[in-house]
Each structure stands twice: as structure tokens, then as C-alpha cells.
Ligand binder design. Structure first.
Ligand SMILES: *Cc1c(COP(=O)(O)O)cnc(C)c1O
Length: 454
């Protein structure tokens, strides 16, 4: 398999041509899913004893299968949290694969981990964490949240033998992402959502929520998870109020900024995150609002030793890495994964190439697009805003529409290749939602979508 023959060279050129064409195309066809049986009918079985050949396999992918996917970077893909990886980052993602670097330990991955750490240094600086804070890249926000919560629980367990035998408890705000609850389940920890009067959790509400706990539950409390930009509405909890409460109560504060983390670099909204610099850990997803290809999440810690206590793996065959010459930063020590793609490298290359100011303005553009969309919605008599836009999320209503009408509209637009915009639920009502990430989305794109709501 290792000899390079002419077929492989030709294949490589085909693949590279496809990759170049794809990243040059800023309005790719908006594909949509097909039933598995339909796809099988179209391509046939692809794994055979003899192999079907690279040329054929690639053709099936290029001409059939990729068309049954939604390009997440389409400028009128405004559903969920879309993406817009930079060309530089995508190109370097290819390089990351081609370089075959193991990202767990410095001994094998030093040069690549150096790149990641350069990018991480910038993430730590926009978060404003104190000296000594650092972090690692993960496969995404879910794993970053899990890694942080495991570190928090370990710290709590290490305080008292009483804590070893009992189930831990996490307090979260109303807008907490589903992954926080899912990961609490993975850890077999309990989770309580604290009600808030307004749209975000305040320090007083957290204080009251802790005071209401029974003595035995108060003892089980090992972390508070606040959100720095809810996925549904872009809402940021009152971090400046929450952080001092956590400090006073000696409870680990994790801030989930998987979606909103990019906005830490946006000067126009940075003040909304004040207090985040006091967090014990933070999740940021570069594959959301920092223009990295999938997958790239990040977890940042104020105290790296505490993360290491929780995550460092021991094994006979791993002892060599503790040897001299291999001394350095070992990403495996700070999150749940061992063998690891150097997934921060595409972000590093793109940041190095463009500089951080370009990033700041591309993120500001998402915030500006939300403001523009809000204005355009208010201008149309058949539409209205549900609440003010927040970060790059816009929640709005088509007056008089039912949940079914929103759903039909979503499918119609998707099927016709116009746009992917999905409804959401806000205070028990089905409404529509935009989430802007892609700085190439235009005002004309927004108009085009709003016209389909008439
Ligand atoms: C997307 C998101 C997550 C989950 O991140 P993945 O990268 O999808 O694993 C967690 N929290 C928030 C706030 C998110 O927006």
C-alpha cells in the first residue's frame, strides 16, 4: 500500500482538484438528505473483496453522495449553528492529515502541539484568564464540557473522603446546552436547572438556588455551569454576578461558550462576558464561530494541575513519555481523549496567516448581520421580532403562523435549494430563528429568505 504508483498520483490530483474547486465555491449547491435505500440504489455496495477502485469510489462520492449532504458553509444556511471555515484552515486540515502527527504527547507531536498552543494562547487571552491558565483542543463542545466537569468533580472529590462515595451535583442555568445534561448523565452526576426571572441567570438567583439546596445536596454540589451565549437565543448569563458567588461558595465555575466563544474577540460585545476571567474552566468551539473545519473544540482551565489530576492516564506502555527529551505539554493529560488528531492546527495556520484582527472583524460581521436582519424583520408588516437579537442569533415570528406552517416552509426552502432555516421554540411558541456565522452572507440573502415568509 505504500508504493506510490501513477494511479495514486492521478487520484491525488483528482482529489486536490475537487478540494480546490469546493473551497473556491462560496455558494455550493444546498444538498438534502435521501433515504439510505435510495442512496444504496444509486451507488451499489462499495465495500467488496477486490475493491471498486479509487476512481469509481471517488466519482460516487463526488457525483452522488456529497449531494445528499448539506454544506454547512452555505451563506443561506442559518439553522442550528452553521459554520464558515476559512480556506486557509481547510487547506491546512488536509496538511494536518497528510502530516500524520499523533496529538497526545509532546514526544511525538511537539511541532504540531506547538502550533496548537500558539492558537490556544490567543484563546486564553481573549477569555482574559489569569497567568498560568491554558487549555487543549478537543473534538467539540460536548467533550470539552465533559472534560471540564470531570476535572471539577475530581477537585471536589479530592477535598474530602466523604465526597468519594457520593453522587455529585451540578447546577446549570435555564439555557444550558443539551450536552451539559447529557454529559452529567455520562458522569452519573445529578443536575438541577435554576429558574431565572429574566432571560439569563443572575448572581442573586444562583445564590438563592444554592441557599435552597438541602444540606446533603449542598455537600454534593461540585460545579455551576453558566452559558456564554445560549445556542437557541445567544443569551449570556450574568457572569460578573455568578463568578463571585461561586468563589464565595467554593464551587467550580464552568462557562460553556461553545457557540458564543468567538464573540470574546468582538470588541462591541466583549463587555457582556465580563466575569468570565474568573471562571475555572471555559468551553469554546473553534468549529463554530472561529472558522475552523470540523471538528475542533477547546477546553480552557484556570488551573492546569487540577485538570491533569483528573485526566492524566497511567499505563505501562505510556511511561516512556514521562522520560527526558519527551518533556513538554501533553494534551492527553487535560481532556478525556488519548490518541488525538492535532485538530487545532488548521486554526493555528489560519490565525497565523490572517492575523487576529481579521478574525475580530469577521465575527463582528456576524453580529452586524443579526442587527441588519432585525431591522429588515421590523420593516416587514408580516414579521416581528420575538426578542432583541443577541450575539448573532435572531428570534422572530411570522405573524399568524402555526408550527406546521414553519415546518412546511423550512422543508420547501430546503427542497428548492433556497435556504436552510429551521424553526425553534421560545417560551412554548414555535418561531423562526437565524444564526449568523458566515461573513459572506449578504443582505440580499436575508431579503431573499424573508420574502419566502410572505
Ligand atoms: C454546540 C454547543 C455545544 C456542543 O458542542 P459540540 O461541538 O456540538 O459537541 C455545547 N454547548 C453549547 C453552548 C453549544 O452551542
Amino acid at each position: 500500500m505504500h508504493t506510490i504508483d501513477m494511479n495514486l498520483v492521478e487520484m491525488t490530483l483528482d482529489v486536490m482538484k475537487y478540494a480546490i474547486d469546493r473551497i473556491s465555491n462560496i455558494t455550493p449547491e444546498l444538498g438534502s438528505p435521501k433515504k439510505e435505500e435510495e442512496l444504496l440504489e444509486m451507488v451499489g455496495e462499495t465495500i467488496t473483496d477486490e475493491g471498486i477502485g479509487g476512481e469509481k469510489a471517488f466519482k460516487l462520492f463526488r457525483d452522488v453522495l456529497v449531494k445528499a449532504t448539506v454544506p454547512i458553509d452555505h451563506p443561506r444556511h442559518l439553522a442550528f449553528v452553521p459554520a464558515a471555515p476559512t480556506r486557509a484552515a481547510i487547506m491546512f486540515d488536509l496538511v494536518t492529515s497528510a502530516s500524520s502527527i499523533h496529538g497526545a504527547y509532546w514526544m511525538e507531536g511537539a511541532g504540531g502541539i506547538f502550533c496548537e498552543n500558539q492558537a490556544m494562547k490567543w484563546l486564553v487571552s481573549i477569555a482574559g484568564l489569569p497567568e498560568g491558565s491554558f487549555g487543549v483542543f478537543t473534538s467539540g463542545g460536548t467533550v470539552a464540557n465533559l472534560s471540564a466537569m470531570v476535572a471539577a468533580r475530581e477537585e471536589w472529590r479530592s477535598r474530602s473522603t466523604y465526597n468519594i462515595g457520593i453522587k455529585g451535583l451540578v447546577l446549570v442555568s435555564q439555557g444550558a446546552h443539551s450536552s451539559v445534561e447529557a454529559m452529567a448523565k455520562v458522569m452519573d452526576a445529578d443536575l438541577i436547572k435554576i429558574d431565572s426571572k429574566g432571560d439569563f441567570l443572575t448572581g442573586e438567583e444562583l445564590q438563592a438556588g444554592i441557599a435552597e439546596l438541602q444540606e446533603k445536596d449542598r455537600k454534593r454540589l461540585f460545579a455551576v455551569v453558566a452559558t456564554g451565549g445560549t445556542t437557541n437565543a445567544g443569551i449570556i448569563d450574568d457572569l460578573a454576578g455568578i463568578a463571585p458567588v461561586c468563589e464565595k461558595e467554593h464551587v467550580w465555575l464552568h462557562v460553556d461558550c461553545a457557540y458564543g466563544g468567538g464573540a470574546l474577540a468582538a470588541r462591541s460585545v466583549r463587555h457582556l462576558f465580563n466575569g468570565i476571567e474568573k471562571a475555572d474552566s471555559i468551553t469554546i468551539d473553534p468549529h463554530k464561530w472561529l472558522f475552523s473545519p470540523y471538528d475542533c473544540g477547546a477546553v480552557l482551565y484556570k488551573n492546569m494541575e487540577l485538570a491533569k489530576n483528573a485526566h492524566s492516564q497511567k499505563g505501562a506502555y505510556l511511561e516512556i513519555f514521562k522520560d527526558e527529551g519527551a518533556q513538554g505539554f501533553n494534551p492527553a493529560d487535560y481532556q478525556i481523549q488519548l490518541t488525538r488528531r492535532i485538530r487545532g492546527m488548521p486554526l493555528w495556520f489560519s490565525l497565523a496567516m490572517h492575523g487576529t484582527e481579521k478574525y475580530r472583524s469577521a465575527i463582528e460581521r456576524g453580529i452586524e448581520l443579526a442587527k441588519i436582519a432585525a431591522r429588515k424583520i421590523e420593516e416587514r408588516p408580516y414579521l416581528e421580532m420575538v426578542r432583541p437579537e443577541s450575539l448573532s442569533v435572531v428570534l422572530f415570528r411570522r405573524k399568524g403562523w402555526t408550527a406546521e406552517q414553519y415546518r412546511d416552509w423550512t422543508y420547501r426552502n430546503h427542497k428548492e435549494g433556497i435556504a436552510l432555516v429551521t424553526p425553534t421554540i421560545w417560551k412554548n411558541e414555535t418561531i423562526s430563528r437565524f444564526c449568523f456565522i458566515n461573513p459572506d452572507t449578504t443582505e440580499a440573502d436575508i431579503d431573499l429568505i424573508l420574502e419566502t415568509l410572505k
